[in-house]
Each structure stands twice: as C-alpha cells, then as structure tokens.
Design a protein around this ligand. Structure first.
Ligand SMILES: NC(=O)c1ccc[n+]([C@@H]2O[C@H](COP(=O)([O-])OP(=O)(O)OC[C@H]3O[C@@H](n4cnc5c(N)ncnc54)[C@H](OP(=O)(O)O)[C@@H]3O)[C@@H](O)[C@H]2O)c1
Length: 278
C-alpha cells in the first residue's frame, strides 16, 4: 500500500548545524516552518555529523508535542552503518539526538556495500519495535530499486515508502524512467535539492517567467517539481521569508503554456542517464 505523504513540500535541513554560532537561528527556522504548517522535515545522521538532527529535535521540543502526530519526520542511515546491527544502532542514536520516540520514515542514504538483506532486516527490527513507521531508500536508480524491492518481498518486509533522489528543473534525468517506475510500484518520489541547491532561485530565464506569473523563481521551480502530485519536494532554507515562500508554492498550478516554456528552458531527458547524485 502506498504511504500517503500528507504534504507536497517539506523542509530540508542539510547544511544546518555546520556553524555552531548559527545553531539557535537554525532551531528558530525549523520552529518557524512548523508554525507555518510544514508537515515533513528531512534530516540525516550525516548532516553536520548529527547536529542537524539535534536542531530538528530542539525545534520540536520548543514547539511542543501537539503537532508530532501530523508531522512526517524523515532521517537517513549512512551506508557505512547499513549492516543489520549498524542500522539499529544508528537509528537509536538519531532518535536520541532528536529526543523523539519514533521516526516516520527512515532511509538508506545511498547504496551500501552491506547486502540489502542486512539493511532491510535492520529496518524490520526497528519497525517491529515501533522505532520507525516506514523505511525507504535514497539515490537508487531503477535497477537497484528492482533488486531492493525483490529483497523486501523475499524477507516479508513492508514496501519502501519513498526513494529520495535529486530532481529539479536543472536535473531532470529521473523523469526518463525512474519516476514512472516508482509510481507503478506505489512508491513516492522525494525530490531533493529541488532548487538546484539554490541556483534556480537566481536563474535569469526562470526569474523572467516567474515575474510574468507574479511568483518567484524558487516558487516556480517548486511548483514544477510537484506538478503531477507524484513528487514531494524538500527545499532547505534557514530564512523565515523563504520558508514561507517555498510552502506557498504548493498553491500554484502551472498551465500547459508555462510547462512548455519550462521545457524549452530546461529540456526533459531524451535518453537514460546515470543517476545524478549530490
Ligand atoms: N538524499 C540525499 O542524498 C540528499 C542530497 C542533497 C540534499 N538532500 C535533502 O534535500 C534538501 C534540499 O536540498 P539542498 O539543501 O541541497 O538544496 P535546495 O533546497 O535545492 O536549495 C537550498 C538553497 O537554496 C536557498 N533557498 C531556499 N529557498 C529559497 C528561496 N525561496 N529563494 C532563494 N533561495 C532559496 C537556501 O538558502 P537559505 O537556507 O540561506 O535560505 C539554500 O542555499 C537538503 O537540505 C536535504 O534535506 C538529500
């Protein structure tokens, strides 16, 4: 059964926690997102070696637990921790840093040298103990995904909720076959770096088109990423006005004419390419 992500725009937190002097501001940024109604936050044990998870945890604590049930909290295990016991220990450590009882979605950050069986068994253990509700992967292309899903089935595990991949106007490779494949399996695509790590917000052609539509270039890039209701986008920002601006992108509908201008500015893939990874 497809995991139903409630919102199409979530908050990314990569780069948060890198500079200790910005910790409090970054906590406030995440709190601001929660107060605006963001219902998904993405973090990872890798981000600032766990400090990003601490920032999310502190923001959740300050905000109060009332919204926890409506929030989809996503974190990721590093491939170097993807053995069965490694996954379990890594998740327990992430939960401790966040001061949370459970994660909604726990992802393998990218493919590991540990066999898929090991990682999936770790996810199954965590799920049986209520420490995670769902699991998934990140940076998997079609062939890896097929092998992963086969292993889930063999082990009797639940199906992955999502595959988090680089997807943005400037990086459309996954449109060639991956998104359709995930869709056919009932798995959501989660678009990371949907602003092209920020460059799309400054893109000249995109800005000109956005001005005509009375939106910002960032909003146009995000509205495009989530246009078919098949993709969830997780832009990162620590700037309160941008956090609000990005969420409002979910209210923008793009007509065929706009989509076709976007296709001419950023061409769709015509052949299979190596999966883009940041
Ligand atoms: N699974 C993976 O391997 C993987 C890889 C990369 C990223 N991710 C996830 O995806 C999230 C998003 O990707 P990302 O952080 O790489 O890049 P992004 O969301 O595409 O871009 C973030 C950059 O854009 C700026 N920005 C945000 N909103 C803006 C707006 N409305 N106008 C102008 N600039 C804006 C931010 O600046 P300020 O913060 O200064 O506002 C930041 O510099 C990450 O934070 C992380 O959670 C996952």
């Amino acid at each position: 059964m497809q995991f139903n992500f409630k919102s199409k725009i979530g908050l990314g937190t990569w780069q948060m926690g890198q500079n200790p002097t910005k910790f409090d501001d970054e906590v406030r940024a995440v709190e601001h997102a929660l107060s605006l109604g963001y219902e998904l936050i993405d973090t990872a044990e890798m981000y600032a070696s766990g400090v990003s998870e601490k920032i999310v945890g502190q923001a959740l604590k300050n905000f109060g637990s009332s919204k926890r049930n409506n929030l989809t909290l996503v974190s990721k295990v590093l491939p170097s921790n993807a053995s069965k016991s490694g996954v379990i220990k890594a998740c327990e450590a992430s939960l401790k840093r966040m001061g949370c009882e459970y994660l909604d979605v726990y992802l393998l950050h990218w493919q590991s040298s540990s066999p898929f069986e090991e990682t999936i068994e770790g996810f199954m253990d965590l799920q049986s103990r209520g420490l995670i509700k769902h699991h998934g992967v990140s940076n998997f292309d079609v062939e890896q995904m097929k092998k992963w899903l086969k292993t889930e089935k063999t082990l009797g595990a639940s199906k992955s909720a999502t595959n988090q991949v680089y997807y943005a106007l400037n990086e459309r490779g996954v449109e060639f076959d991956l998104i359709d494949y995930l869709d056919s399996e009932g798995i959501s695509t989660m678009a990371y770096s949907p602003l092209g790590t920020g460059q799309l917000a400054r893109h000249k052609g995109l800005t000109e088109l956005a001005n005509k539509l009375s939106v910002t270039a960032a909003q146009l890039a995000l509205a495009w990423a989530i246009r078919n209701n098949r993709v969830i986008a997780i832009p990162k920002s620590v700037t309160p006005s941008r956090i609000s601006e990005n969420l409002r992108a979910s209210e923008i509908n793009l007509d065929d004419e706009t989509l076709s201008v976007l296709d001419s500015l950023f061409q769709p893939p015509r052949s299979k390419k190596t999966l883009a990874v940041i």
